[in-house]
Ligand binder design. Structure first.
Ligand code: MN
Length: 267
């Protein structure tokens, strides 16, 4: 039997990036697609609590895979897939996203959040994005998706961890090998633009170009800039252990108050 793999994304089930991933995977894997019915980029890790979730069968470019579109978020899709189609998949792939997810962008990304939800559910996963939004080269990224999927059946990821993969938007011949990286830092200049609507009221629109605050060659940003595929291991535990240790040395300063504690103890 072929290994079971769930493919989801945040660009919507009709995105050419999702289709490219499925096309690269279906020969070797039993592929299930559960993906949002429309664009959900930058929804982060939100889940749907206040409306019914629906699933409808859908065709992914006529490929021979079971596929469903949902009105839910990327994180919803991962949970839905395990519920409606047990047993759980052996691997979850989120993407291929149109546009990079580098540095702190992972906190806004629906693509990355789907992989993170898989990690929360105890499933091995990776998110994959191409660092381009126009004239996107999906094929080299899709070939790498198939290769990484096969590898992750052999190299198991620890519980709570997943990989965030970013592929430079280059044709196959120009793409460099894969590099293991840490998260860099991006910043955005002039992030919000203020404009005035036809009725004279102000409104604001996210815009601005990313600038790089930390993009040394060992970061995801640095690797992608240099033409390398970037693979960043991510863990769902974002505790700052160095700060925890430093603050623990003066834990008494964070105490609720000795009088209060003594009072509670006497009750
Ligand atoms: Mn997206």
């Amino acid at each position: 039997m072929k290994p079971r793999i769930l493919v989801t994304n945040d660009d919507g089930v009709h995105s050419p990036g999702l289709r490219a991933a499925v096309e690269a995977l279906y020969a070797d894997f039993d592929v299930l697609v559960v993906a949002p019915e429309r664009q959900q980029s930058a929804v982060g890790h939100s889940i749907t609590l206040h409306k019914p979730l629906r699933m409808e069968p859908v065709s992914v470019g006529g490929l021979p895979v079971r596929a469903f579109q949902t009105n839910g978020t990327p994180a919803d899709c991962v949970v839905l897939a395990s519920l409606v189609d047990p047993p759980a998949p052996q691997l979850v792939v989120s993407g291929i996203n149109v546009g990079a997810n580098l540095g702190e962008e992972i906190f806004y990304s629906g693509t990355v959040s789907a992989a993170m939800e898989a990690a929360i559910q105890g499933l091995p996963a990776f998110a994959v994005s191409v660092a381009g939004t126009e004239q996107v080269f999906f094929e080299p990224a899709a070939a790498y998706v198939a290769r990484l999927a096969r590898l992750l059946l052999e190299v198991s990821l620890p519980s709570g961890s997943f990989l965030n993969v970013n592929v430079p938007n280059l044709p196959a011949g120009e793409l460099r090998e894969a590099r293991l990286t840490r998260l860099g830092r991006r910043c955005y200049a002039n992030q919000l633009e203020k404009r005035t609507d036809p009725r004279g009221r102000d409104y604001y629109w996210f815009s601005g170009e990313p600038c790089e605050a930390d993009s040394t060659p060992d970061t995801d940003i640095g690797a992608v800039h240099a033409g390398f595929i970037s693979i960043t291991p991510i863990h769902i535990d974002i505790t700052d252990y160095a700060l925890l240790e430093r603050l623990s040395a003066e834990a008494h300063r964070f105490s609720f108050g000795e009088a209060q504690v003594a009072g509670d103890a006497g009750k």
